[in-house]
Design a protein around this ligand. Structure first.
Ligand code: IPE
Ligand code: IPE
Ligand code: MG
Length: 237
């Protein structure tokens, strides 16, 4: 499979599980379960076409405000996901990183995340970022506080903070910025996802709900990206 002008870093806001469930007269959790099937296909395809980094928004710092039963079931689904998928991911050389505060997850989910990260630590294939208990404002504040502590404690010289210092504090440290951001379900907002990393991201908003997002839809988004002219503030003609 060869695609031209591929983005290095694709970020996806996987939205629409609830609406898909409602449309099909199913429980919200069945919507999330169906969403996991989409996720599996999109990871496989990304890995096959050699995307370097794929970031998936799975649970935001704001999602804790959902009904308790949904939050609990989602946390269980995370454990289940890693248990059932880790062998295949590892075989495909996928390297997992969690974006977000793992310590703030229930212990079983936190453990599943840590195990997945540790097991795939040395893999050299697709870099898979799963954003869990992630919020960009939280990420920014952590970075600012950590830089402030370093400078105030004297462990680093007290000098001006440059962008590189700050970006090294982000969960995506060492990774390229997002080239393409996809949000399914027709919503056109960032919902606190990767605000710093998306500074120059191209955005595509397919109408389909996440459980209906096929590899074909993904390829259409990649093709749209390939046709975009990126200027980064400069002038190309
Ligand atoms: C996205 O689907 C998945 C999570 C936030 C975990 P939603 O559950 O937000 O689906 P809608 O927006 O209600 O359709
Ligand atoms: C964003 O979707 C979070 C995830 C996909 C995990 P939401 O459905 O939570 O966002 P809003 O509330 O519609 O902005
Ligand atoms: Mg939603």
């Amino acid at each position: 499979m060869t695609e031209t002008n591929l983005p290095k870093h694709v970020a996806i806001i996987m939205d629409g599980n609830g609406r898909w469930a409602k449309k099909n007269a199913l429980s919200v959790m069945l919507g999330h379960r169906k969403g996991v099937e989409t996720l599996r296909e999109i990871i496989r395809y990304s890995s096959n076409i050699s995307i370097k980094v794929l970031s998936l928004y799975a649970f935001s710092t704001e999602n804790w405000s959902r009904p308790k039963a949904e939050v609990n079931a989602l946390m269980k689904l995370i454990v289940e996901y890693f248990t059932s998928e880790i062998d295949e991911l590892d075989q495909n050389h996928v390297k997992i990183r969690i974006l977000g505060d793992v310590d703030g997850l229930p212990p079983s989910a936190a453990e599943a995340c840590r195990n997945a990260v540790n097991r795939t630590e040395h893999n050299k294939g697709l870099q898979l970022n799963i954003a869990l208990n992630y919020g960009a404002r939280d990420e920014i504040l952590r970075g600012v506080n950590s830089l402030m502590m370093e400078r105030c404690s004297g462990s680093k010289p007290f000098k001006e903070i440059v962008w590189e210092d700050f970006s090294n504090q982000l969960y995506t440290k060492g990774q390229p910025d997002v080239d393409l951001l996809i949000r399914t379900s027709g919503e056109q907002r960032l919902s606190n996802f990767l605000l710093c990393q998306c500074a120059y991201a191209e955005m595509v908003f397919p109408e389909v709900l996440w459980p209906e997002f096929t590899v074909d839809e993904y390829r259409k988004a990649l093709q749209q990206y390939a046709g975009r002219e990126r200027r980064f503030g400069g002038r190309t003609s």
